[in-house]
Design a protein around this ligand. Structure first.
Ligand code: ARG
Ligand code: ZN
Length: 848
């Protein structure tokens, strides 16, 4: 059944308290729930409909202590209904007792076991697998939880009340919806610290891990403390309970979850040591710890009215974690990384069959909408809003949001109204960013006459599924001007475009400047302009806006890769100049030096109307890298040595920046040194960043055998390292070998495919090998489809998410299209396919 935004109705009951009592067991966990309810309108009696499916074995049900007439109680696959006739007109208590089997829960939704640890994942609709409940985010209440188990550590939300003899009680006095409920029980140890809030409250902090992992949890704790301080300093938000617990588990469908006072994390986003985690891992851990912590205000204290509003909390919280990383590390580098992610995931989604607006208005399975559009584009929309109203007005609007909506289940309309009230602006037109799917193409043309520069912009957006017409949007276009000698002659000005076509002028200019457009990537659009390679090279050398400067290099690289020889020479020359620019941040130089990925090149070609040929793209990219290496061999060799980081490993941004440049250089030099340097580096490096980079090079060159053995011998029992070990072999494999390698790895005893990280390592690794996944004989499609079918029976969320490997299928040649379609149809034809995967596959097939 399709859910529609327009069908929203408040729940017809009020819930003032929920009491849960769980006796934990791998089989036959007993859940007793007491719900203090009252009809919202006693004069309009309503049936009491509670979510909860066949997995709940109902053992008892009473209303104010009395069992209702069984004729008034009905159940189907998804809910339990008590007829209005059986309900009091006044407040009453509903008590239920159910039995559930966490051990059988391979979907990792609701209560499940991960390596002997009981844990929960309730967002979006997991709580209904634990007990019968109004499992919707606008029903918020206070929870009291009793946990019974012999396991030593028993955790739930809120503050601890008591813990003795296998019974622990928790009280969360902050009203919350069921999706924020959590419990954890297990043999765990904590890395502990304290935090004093700016109003002087003492908070006990714990990061809980399995015994033996304590020495890899320190960085997560440091990140938590930085996050707490930052949210106080920048947003004025203080923490609001006496304890904050984080738990790491190995089986987790997503990255992490912001349960009130008890965040549960995929262990790969908590555990880090120099010998097991890369710089990228460290940066992600810091960002995700912050993200989940920031949800305490943007998500928990103010939650969502319904799941259509998901981007209200996710877009805002992503935006906040991006700001946090910019403040702690390099803002320029962070912005470029975020744009790369947006283009790789969100633009891809927006241009294909799965395109949807940041606030969808229909869905079948909400778990299919935890997407790059909801998260990353949701954050971009907030960035545009901030740019349009200015920093001071943004801060005022946020203060008003927290003051007005604390304790609410809010909507995008509420969010925009706060900005309207704080600034006096009308945001009706701007709201299209939330309701309309698709990435606008923004065309820029220049005219120069008598010292006046005229910029003409035209915007257009292609139709997306269900949205044939695309009216113009409000687009903030940040523009600066660079004079012929390389100085900035006009600082950044934000042009506010509201029409389909619009003109802006810059007057009193001495000489014709070069336009630095869409600075800071001020809007999530595809900018096209007629620009020769020499001017792009000029911008790469001189632009004062780091994003626009990097973008100029990116455009040069794409032009080199898609237009051939002459363009390639311009790019190679420009890169030489940049390599020698010692004033530029090494991380920035690394970003400029890394060629666009094959997927990105394919996307560019498709946007230009041609059919991407994966093998040709792979060859062209390799060839360009080789030419760069040959042309700049000496410079690169010098840099490789100069970027060595002396002393003990530290994950700080400056050290990571030098390593990132060194690694980018290694990748280029490997095109001409046969992998010698990588071989040496793998042997001598003591940190995982350089070892993994070296290993990827060796895999690409087909000479990684010994290194893979070494790593396996050293880390065979470390899941997180072995995930990387699986992934790199498939992802970096020569495309013709990728499917065979994946097939072979899938037969290993340690290919524990039910573990989401391990499954993603292998299947995600293949999807990330562009020419490998799109192998002309369809082997990549078939292999992936086989595994999606198998996974769907165990874990629908993971299968549905991985099915997005196919989302670009309509852009390839007829032969590939036919093979991809056949694979998708084979999945669709399956009896008993989950709602998750069925929705995804049918949306993808419909677009062909
Ligand atoms: N709210 C979590 C986060 O972004 C994501 C959890 C979503 N889980 C899911 N199964 N859909 O921080
Ligand atoms: Zn989130």
């Amino acid at each position: 059944p399709v859910q529609h935004l327009a069908d929203y109705r408040p729940w017809p009951f009020l819930l003032s308290e929920t009491r849960l009592d769980l006796t934990l067991a791998a089989r036959g966990t007993i859940v007793r729930a007491a719900l203090d309810l009252a009809p919202r309108d006693p004069d309009a009696p309503s049936d009491l409909v509670l979510d909860g499916g066949a997995g709940l074995q109902l053992r008892a049900l009473t209303i104010d202590g009395q069992a209702p007439d069984p004729a008034h109680v009905t159940r189907d696959d998804e809910r339990l209904t008590i007829a209005a006739a059986a309900l009091p007109r006044a407040p009453f208590t509903l008590e239920t007792e159910v039995a559930i089997d966490p051990e059988d829960n391979t979907a990792f939704e609701g209560l499940y076991l991960s390596g002997g640890i009981f844990c929960t994942q309730c967002e979006a609709e997991g709580f209904r697998h634990i007990t019968f409940y109004p499992d919707r985010p606008d029903v918020m209440t206070v929870f009291r939880v009793t946990l019974r188990s012999d396991l030593p550590v028993l955790l739930s939300n809120g503050n601890p009340v008591s813990d003795a003899g296998g019974v622990a009680e928790w009280h969360d006095h902050w009203p919350k919806p069921s999706y924020l409920f959590a419990l954890v029980a297990g043999d765990l140890v904590a890395v502990s610290d304290r935090f004093t809030t700016r109003s002087g409250r003492e908070i006990a902090l714990n990061v809980w891990v399995r015994p033996g992992d304590q020495d890899r949890a320190g960085f997560a704790m440091e990140s938590l403390i930085k996050s707490m301080r930052w949210d106080e300093d920048v947003y004025g938000r203080e923490y609001d309970l006496d304890v904050f617990n984080i738990v790491a588990v190995d089986d987790f469908n997503m990255g992490a979850m912001e349960n009130k006072g008890l965040n549960i994390f995929n262990s790969k986003l908590v555990l880090a040591s120099p010998d097991t985690a890369t710089d990228t891992d460290y940066e992600r851990i810091e960002a995700v710890i912050a993200h989940e912590y920031f949800h305490n205000w943007t998500g928990n204290r103010i939650t969502c009215r319904d799941w259509f509003q998901l981007c209200l909390k996710e877009g805002l919280t992503v935006f906040r974690d991006q700001q946090f990383t910019s403040d702690l590390r390099s803002a320029a580098v962070k912005r470029i990384e975020d744009v790369q992610t947006l283009r790789a995931l969100q633009f891809r989604e927006d241009q294909g069959p799965l395109a949807h607006p940041p606030r969808p208005d229909r869905y079948e399975e909400i778990n299919n909408f935890y997407t790059a559009t909801v998260y990353e584009k949701g954050a971009e929309v907030i960035g545009m809003l901030k740019r349009l109203v200015g920093d001071a007005a943004y801060a005022r609007a946020l203060d008003l949001y927290f003051a007005r909506h604390d304790g609410d289940a809010a909507t995008i309309e509420d969010w925009l109204k706060v900005f309207e009230d704080a600034t006096g602006r009308d945001l009706t037109h701007f709201k299209r960013w939330y309701t309309d799917a698709g990435t606008p193409v923004l065309e820029m043309a220049e005219d120069w006459q008598d010292g006046i520069l005229t910029l003409t912009f035209a915007q257009s957006t292609k139709p997306t599924p269900g949205q044939p017409d695309k009216p113009a949007r409000v687009i903030p276009i940040a523009v600066g001007l660079i004079g012929p000698d390389g100085d900035e002659v006009a600082p950044t000005r934000v042009l506010e475009m509201t029409e389909a076509r619009q003109t802006f002028t810059f007057e009193a200019l001495g000489a014709r400047p070069v336009v630095s457009a869409l600075r800071g990537f001020s809007a999530p659009v595809m900018l096209t302009r007629q620009l020769d390679d020499a001017t792009r090279a000029f911008l790469l050398a001189h632009d004062t806006d780091p994003f626009a400067r990097w973008e100029a290099g990116r455009e040069l690289a794409l032009s080199a890769l898609t237009r051939g020889d002459e363009a390639a020479q311009a790019y190679i020359d420009a890169i030489g100049a940049l390599l020698g620019d010692e004033a530029a941040d090494p991380a920035f130089r690394a970003l400029c030096l890394t060629l666009p990925g094959e997927e990105e090149i394919a996307t560019r070609l498709a946007a230009q109307g041609s059919t991407p040929d994966p093998d040709a793209i792979h060859a062209a990219r390799g060839d360009l890298a080789r030419r760069i290496a040959l042309a700049h061999q000496d410079l690169l060799t010098g840099l490789y040595d100069a970027m060595t980081v002396p002393g003990a490993y530290s994950p700080d941004a400056a050290s990571a920046a030098r390593r990132s440049l060194r690694i980018a250089v290694l990748g280029l030099l490997a095109r001409i040194d046969g992998g010698e340097r990588a071989q040496i580096l793998f042997g001598v490096a003591s940190n995982m960043t350089e070892r993994m980079a070296a290993l990827a090079v060796l895999v690409r060159l087909g000479r990684a055998g010994p290194a893979l053995k070494v790593l396996e011998a050293e880390f065979g029992d470390n899941r997180l390292v072995m995930d990387k070990w699986f992934a790199v072999q498939v992802m970096a494999a020569p495309p013709g070998r990728a499917v065979a390698v994946a097939r072979d790895l899938a037969t290993r005893r340690d290919f524990d495919w039910k573990n989401p990280n391990r499954f993603r390592a292998l299947l995600g690794g293949l999807a990330g090998n562009h020419a490998g996944f799109h192998a002309a004989d369809g082997a990549g499609y078939d292999f992936t489809a086989d595994w999606l079918i198998r996974m769907d029976a165990a874990n629908p969320q993971i299968a549905a998410r991985m099915s997005t490997a196919f989302e670009t299928w309509p852009r390839y040649n007829p032969d590939r299209r036919a093979r991809a379609r056949a694979a998708l149809e084979r999945i669709a034809a399956l009896e008993g396919l989950s709602r998750n995967t069925r929705e995804m596959v049918s949306r993808m097939i419909a677009a062909g």
